[in-house]
Design a protein around this ligand. Structure first.
Ligand code: PMP
Length: 431
């Protein structure tokens, strides 16, 4: 049989670097041929060979309702008939802004943009503009998009700032970015002692989905908040992945239940709020958001910002996930997947730890959940690659890298979960 995926990949590699438009799609970490998607419906997609897969990526988070949800499709089709893009304001942008603010009370105003990278980069500029400071803290293993100042790995000590993780980023551009270990309270305190008065912000993934699934511990989160407040730095939650994915109120609502009165200063959103269309956002208190152009001195703009088709898609998605019972059903499905995988691994004697919140999950081939990036990286990657391909061969598509989270949608059925656990049992037995 000719492998259409391979044919397409070879053809793609002639005209697109690495054959893909975003690196992790290329299967570099796990090896093998990327699956070219032909179409998707509900919890499934079909590749170029006509092979069907249960989809646990969901476009890396956005597809919380599954693919082709009728209400979302209808909203998108209707919006498209009215026009693709105007470069002038529309009522739907207000509706989407109001819908977002209704569920995330730390935000009083929001600006819509087109990608998570753009949102994170703009939030960072705003934090610097609003505080008049340059230095920032980020944490190892957290990804905030590919803006220059955020593509940084740790320097050699707390007094030295980071090194670029990508060619093409001048060291001078990251000289203000300090990279600390996630969940390390001591390092955080030390960094504030040294640089507190010069810090514009601390940016964090509250539940880090770019090192699989690692929660910020409650004491760590609390200390971040306290130190930011004490030193006049802004605490920026990057909820591009967790926003409207781990709870209707996003990860900050999860922490507000654990830490009374807890709120970040700025929030960065993406993925789910666009329902699969290019849409992202950042927001916070009115007085800070008013620093943005045209009311303030911090410049930010976009030709396609608040795009009418994307906002229709996002708005329809948010209205569906705000319906009664949605989160209980999604959370219990995700939990049953995680419990099933844990049980299957235990039966096969495979070291395995897993965690989930709402419709987001992660698992590690480790005896316990890691608390930081260094621990995540002790995972057995040859074993993970075997698991990945074993599942893929059995029609289950998980992220093709061990440092990526997974996503369950409302379209996944209990039968899908059971089939996934069965497939995993078979593969665990071979590890
Ligand atoms: N922040 C986080 C937490 C993300 O997970 C991502 C993307 N995976 C981004 C920012 C960047 O978003 P985008 O890919 O839309 O630019």
């Amino acid at each position: 049989m000719t492998d259409r995926n391979q044919q397409l990949f070879d053809r793609a590699a002639q005209v697109i670097p690495g054959g893909v438009n975003s690196p992790v799609r290329a299967f570099r970490a796990v090896g093998g041929t990327p699956r070219f998607v032909q179409r998707a419906q509900g919890a499934y997609f079909w590749d170029a060979n006509g092979q069907k897969y249960i989809d646990y990526i969901g476009s890396w988070g956005p597809m919380i309702l599954g693919h082709g949800h009728p209400a979302v499709l209808e909203a998108v089709q209707k919006a498209a008939l009215d026009g693709f893009s105007f470069g002038a304001p529309t009522e739907r942008e207000i509706e989407l802004a109001e819908e977002i603010l209704k569920h995330v009370p730390s935000m009083e105003m929001v600006r819509l943009v087109s990608s998570g990278t753009e949102a994170g980069m703009s939030a960072l500029r705003l934090a610097r503009g609003a505080t008049g400071r340059s230095k920032i803290i980020k944490f190892e293993g957290c990804y905030h998009g590919h803006a220059d100042a955020l593509l940084v790995k740790a320097g050699s000590g707390l007094a030295t700032f980071g090194n670029p993780t990508s060619a093409g980023v001048p060291p001078e551009v990251v000289q203000h970015t300090l990279v600390l270990e996630y969940n390390n309270v001591e390092q955080l305190e030390e960094a504030f002692k040294l640089h507190g008065k010069e810090l514009a912000c601390v940016m964090i993934e509250p539940i880090a989905g770019n090192m699989n699934f690692v929660r910020a511990s409650v004491p760590f989160m609390k200390r971040c908040r306290e130190l930011c407040t004490e030193h006049g730095a802004l605490f920026v939650f990057d909820e591009v992945m967790t926003g409207f994915r781990v709870a209707l109120g996003s990860a900050q609502s999860v922490y507000a239940q654990l830490i009374p009165g807890f709120q970040p200063d700025l929030t960065v959103l993406g993925k789910v709020i666009g329902g699969g269309m290019p849409l992202a956002a950042f927001g916070g208190p009115r007085e800070i958001m008013r620093q943005l152009a045209p009311t303030g001195p911090v410049y930010q703009a976009g030709t396609l910002s608040g795009n009418p088709v994307a906002t229709a898609c996002g708005l329809a998605t948010l209205r569906e996930i705000a319906k009664p019972g949605f989160w209980d059903a999604l959370s219990s499905k995700t939990q049953s997947l995680v419990d099933g995988l844990k049980g299957a691994a235990a039966k096969a004697g495979v070291p395995f730890a897993a965690d989930c919140q709402g419709g987001m999950f992660g698992f590690f081939l480790l005896p316990e959940l890691p608390q930081n990036y260094a621990k995540v990286m002790t995972s057995d990657s040859p074993k993970f690659n075997k698991l990945f391909h074993g599942l893929l061969d059995r029609g289950v598509y998980i992220a093709p890298a061990l440092y990526e989270a997974g996503f369950v949608s409302a379209a996944h059925s209990e039968a899908d979960i059971a089939a996934t656990v069965q497939a995993a049992s078979e593969v665990f037995a071979t590890l």
